[in-house]
Ligand binder design. Structure first.
Ligand SMILES: Cc1cc2nc3c(=O)[nH]c(=O)nc-3n(C[C@H](O)[C@H](O)[C@H](O)COP(=O)(O)OP(=O)(O)OC[C@H]3O[C@@H](n4cnc5c(N)ncnc54)[C@H](O)[C@@H]3O)c2cc1C
Length: 481
């Protein structure tokens, strides 16, 4: 089956009944629900790009049978294939202004890396390796969208940072049957949950599971409509307003969910890891899936930086303050983040190396650095927008006001030397959706935490860093008398 179109993706969501709850009601059809439909349309537009004659070759690759498949599923074997994948992911990220971090490529690159390293999973049980290979081919050939939830809810925290997992809260195996494992418990945070075909359940990469966590050590994937699986949405940040009023919220709501597993049967062929804490803790590093997801994240970061910078430049042009020293300094900082993200992406691709699985793997340090840097850079970028825009964020009448009784005053007094009142308000409504609205605030939270908490991220980078080499240089200096 070739790469899907947007219509095929939406049809797939409609055909698979799933249990999604939003504001106390069960959502009948996620593709038409006012809080979710526009997000579904945004994902559909990504799939449509695969069929756009102008982009088809950039977005897909030819399978041996002749079908064209989504390029983020490719297992890159050469630098050229890796760069092609990077360009494809950047195109997708630009389509959503970098505001849909969990676009399907995030999970596609994960499973591509895992399929290439299938023998890693076979170390747990022989059949798990084959399960992984087959599952990858299945999602690739059907061009499916996946969500994932890695974190167990905890009722209290340990000082050490090791997960404090308890039966009755965390997701665990409650029994094994001939058909598969039965799991019970809750997980966070399935971004894109209601808008995905399948959910993958595994664990974050830094070793925070101990030997006692064996019942919670899992890696599997099942359809979102599997009986007993329940998605609890947060409030939607698509407020049902026009593109003029909430330009981002009305387009790119990707939704986050808590997932409840009420004695959910996971068929054996969908189990990739069971009970082995060491394999679980080592998965992302040993298979290098972490570096491939960092590659996807780097593309998203570039798109997001470019977009925020573009908004900031337009804001200062509109307000006529771009030439003032403090504006120049702030714009310079945004340019710096943008160029750093591009440089890291380029370095990750240029210094890529074949790994032990025969996969062309992006260089880990530059790829991971974009993730760590963005946890503090993005909140700062948003702060810069706030500093540049000041009261203009509040000089934002609604679209209806432009045809109301105060329209003449609005048109006259809100215009600037370079923009009509309408242009100014439209721009600042966009800037508010980045720097102030619920949608924008969630983006900041996302960038702070989506790839784990700051301490865990710092430890992850520290584990990769060639510390001995760095110290040796200083030691050499000290020893040189
Ligand atoms: C918008 C958004 C989308 C997300 N999407 C996904 C997704 O699609 N899939 C998914 O699996 N996950 C997702 N995540 C979840 C993300 O993986 C977690 O938020 C992240 O791992 C941090 O865990 P936590 O939220 O439980 O933070 P906590 O563990 O509650 O940490 C909160 C704060 O306390 C600090 N802290 C915690 N424990 C300790 C300690 N022992 N000592 C010192 N400090 C401590 C942390 O450093 C952090 O600053 C998403 C998160 C957000 C915010």
């Amino acid at each position: 089956m070739p790469a899907r179109s947007g219509a095929q993706y939406l049809k797939g969501l409609q055909e698979q009944e799933r249990e999604v709850w939003l504001r106390g009601e069960r959502v009948k059809d996620v593709t038409t629900h006012p809080g979710l439909a526009n997000g579904a349309r945004a994902i559909a537009s990504l799939y449509d790009l695969q069929h756009d004659p102008a982009h088809r070759d950039e977005m897909t690759y030819a399978a041996p049978g002749g079908d064209r498949l989504g390029l983020s599923f490719i297992i890159p074997r050469t630098t050229q294939e890796l760069e092609r994948r990077g360009a494809m992911m950047l195109r997708w990220a630009r389509t959503t202004c970098g505001m849909m971090g969990r676009s399907p490529d995030f999970m596609n690159v994960t499973f591509a890396a895992w399929a290439a390293a299938a023998s890693y999973f076979a170390r747990g049980r022989n059949e798990f390796g084959e399960n992984m290979r087959r599952y990858y081919e299945y999602i690739r050939d059907h061009d499916l969208t996946l969500t994932h939830s890695l974190i167990n809810l905890q009722r209290s925290r340990t000082v050490s940072g090791v997960f404090n997992l308890e039966a009755g809260t965390a997701l665990q195996v409650v029994r094994e049957t001939d058909a598969g494992i039965v799991v019970h418990g809750a997980r966070i945070l399935a971004t894109l949950g209601p808008l995905a075909d399948e959910i993958a359940v595994y664990s974050p990469r830094v070793a925070r599971h101990t030997e006692t966590h064996s019942p919670f050590a899992l890696n599997f994937a099942i359809p979102c409509g599997t009986p007993g699986l329940k998605f609890q949405c947060r409030e939607s940040f698509d407020l049902g307003r026009s593109h003029f009023e909430h330009p981002l919220g009305s387009r790119f709501e990707e939704m986050d969910c808590v997932v409840f597993f009420d004695d959910v049967l996971v068929p054996w062929e969908r189990v990739f890891l069971l009970g082995d804490v060491d394999l679980l803790n080592g998965t992302a590093t040993a298979t290098h899936s972490m570096t491939h997801t960092a590659h996807q994240g780097a593309a998203k970061n570039i798109a997001k930086c470019e977009f925020v910078l573009g908004v900031a430049l337009l804001m200062t042009k509109t307000l006529g303050n771009g030439h003032l020293p403090h504006s120049e300094e702030r714009l310079g900082e945004l340019m710096l983040y943008t160029e750093l993200m591009k440089a890291c992406m380029r370095a990750a691709e240029a210094d890529a190396q074949l790994d032990e699985w025969g996969v062309m793997c992006p260089a880990a340090l530059p790829a991971e650095s974009t993730r760590n840097l963005f946890m503090t850079a993005y909140p700062r970028m948003v702060e810069i927008l706030q500093l540049l825009g000041s009261s203009s964020f509040m000089i934002t009448p609604s679209e209806a006001d432009f045809s109301g009784p105060l329209a003449p005053e609005i048109e006259q007094y809100l215009a600037t030397d370079t923009a009509t009142a309408r242009e100014r308000v439209k721009l600042f409504r966009l800037a508010w959706d980045i720097a102030g609205s619920a949608f924008g605030s969630r983006q900041v939270l996302y960038e702070r935490f989506f790839a784990s908490d700051p301490l865990t991220r710092a430890r992850a980078l520290g584990a990769l860093y060639p510390k001995d080499e760095t110290m040796a240089r200083v030691q050499e200096f000290l020893d040189d008398e």
